[in-house]
Every structure is written in C-alpha cells, then in structure tokens.
Design a protein around this ligand. Sequence first.
Ligand SMILES: [Zn+2]
Length: 265
Amino acid sequence: MKRLFSCILLAALTACTSIPNYKVDSQTHRATAYNERVRFIVIHYTAGGDESSIRALTGPHVSTHYLITSRGEEPIYKLLPEAKRGWHAGISEFQGRTNLNDSSVGVEIVNPGYRVEGEERRFYPYTEDQILKVVHLLRDLSSRYKIDPTRIVGHSDIAPDRKHDPGPYFPWKRLYKRYGIGAWYDEATYSRHLNQEEYEALTVEEVQDLFRSYGYPMRVDGEWSEYNKKVVRAFQMHFRPAIYDGEMDLETYAIIRALNDKYVK
Ligand SMILES: [Zn+2]
C-alpha cells in the first residue's frame, strides 16, 4: 500500500515538473565555424559476389554508404545517408585520426578479393563500369566535402595489418592521371630521389617517419617489424602495384619521398 502511494506521488510530481514544448529557432542566428563529418573516402572490395555483398551490407553487422555491383547496367546503390556513420573501416588510422568510420564515407566495390596460390595472393581485376562509377562518385564526394586528395584511401592504407582491399588492381594512378582524383607523386621529384646514396644515408627511423608524416599508421621505432612491412606492402599496393612484397627498396623510398615533397607541409 505504501509503495503504491509513493508511485502515485511520483507520477504527480513528474506531471508537475514537465517542461513546456519550446520552439527551436534555427534561422535567426547561424554559426559559421564548423566542418563536415566526412573527411575521408575509404575504398573497399567486398570479397564476395553481388547477392552476398548486398545481403552482408544491408544486414546487422557491417554497412557502407555506396555499393557498386559487378552488373554494369545497375545503378550505384546508396545504402546509407552520408551524414550517418557506416560500419566499414573497423580499427583504423590515417593522418593521426583513428576509427575512420567516424569521419569517412565508405565505397564498396563487388569483387571476389583474392585467392591464395602457394605463397602468393592472386587478386581479381575490376570491370571498366565499376571504375567509371567510382570516378563518378569520387568526383561528386570530393568536391562536395572538399576532401584532401591524400584522404581518398584504400581500406588497406588505414588498416594495413588486417586488410588488403581494394588490392593492387585498383587503378589509383589512372584515377589521378586521367581524372585528377586522389594523390599521386610527380615523376620529376621521384626521379630526383631515385638516388641510392641519398636513400642509404637515412636511418630506419627517418624512413619510417616519411610514411608516418604522409599519413600511414607506421611505427617509428627504428626497427623493421612484420607490422611495418605490412604498412609498406599497403603503400606499395597503392603507389607501386607492380611489386608489393613489403620490402623497403629504393623505388619505394623515392615514391614516399616525392609524396611528402608534394603534399606534406
Ligand atoms: Zn574493406
């Protein structure tokens, strides 16, 4: 009985303290200092077919903003508004930012990923339709959000110890050269740094620092760990896809150096 009474009393109090239905005026005063949630675009392959990719990306565990199937006649599917936070990047880091789901738009391309043959991973190419759809999307997104070219990245760039997508067949160079999308190094600067003496004069830490200052989640500790090799492999898949063995070499050095010269202030 006592308990019932206190419940009635509580309900009465709640009613008494309920607040008026205030209006929110969003027109009179407007802030001008803000930025967009979207600061990165992350490119993926789905490692599956059309139907299984659609099922997975509309299910309860993972999501992306855009999906490009293998069927050329189909539209680009928008699965999620850009203002929402998708679940496509997982544990990730680039340019000092972590958890890139918070600050990115995800673009998934249907592609089987890779098969393992002996020691080798064999990746699958993309169709021409898929690449043109990616170009269409990236043009639109990067101009609407004014995304820095170095922030159009692959999943492997931001999670090099876990991920291989979009793989070495994703045509980063063509995207830059033909469509002006994303980042690429200047040939002249690259050739200038293709200098064995210059490369050998650097400490391991200085080489690691070049990757980190560009944005890669490289550990700068003076040691070439397995983790750091994976970072180099991810970098090579993006910028030197002919050989992506994860071993540091003169060409890889000249590329990361030229990228630093061009994009890192
Ligand atoms: Zn991915």
